[in-house]
Design a protein around this ligand. Sequence first.
Ligand code: GDP
Ligand code: MG
Length: 172
Amino acid sequence: MDDYKFLFKVVLIGEAGVGKTCLVRRFCQGVFPIGQAATIGVDFLIKNLEINGDKIKLQIWDTAGQERFRTITQSYYRSANAIIIVYDVSNQPSFDRLPEWLRELKQHINEKVVVILVGNKCDLTEGREIPYHIGESFAQRHNMKFIETSAKESANVEQIFQELSTTLLKQA
Ligand code: GDP
Ligand code: MG
């Protein structure tokens, strides 16, 4: 049955290769794609959640490779309720690019949009380049929630969506 009280559009951004598609597949389909993560091939996936008795439908938009060409358009952000900015904790350049992502974001969204910063691949203890506290303080400075995840080991992935849905419900 397709009844829900709230519909939220959630958009993922961040450098290519940080694990955006894997996070969405893990959350919506409960899998970690083996080998080359396939492009989802649709514009968005749907996931239903229930928080404190409220039925929520999340429409989750994953860039289908456009980020490689830096051609993410206005239409992609249109009517977004929440944005997830992802970097890879084992990849310094993906973290260093965050200010540019934020600059681009500011051109497209209003201040009501919930933004959450995600440091993905926290399972990679050996190859880690960005310590937790560095990600956390960057997020604080820019007024974002922060969470580290592993799409691979299914760590904290649900929490991203719980967190942003809870925040959206408070302002709904
Ligand atoms: P996207 O370009 O941001 O959509 O990134 P993908 O989801 O396609 O993932 C890029 C690569 O990172 C793939 O080889 C994934 O297997 C790998 N990957 C994604 N998430 C994780 C994770 O949590 N841990 C590890 N170790 N690898 C990951
Ligand atoms: Mg992808």
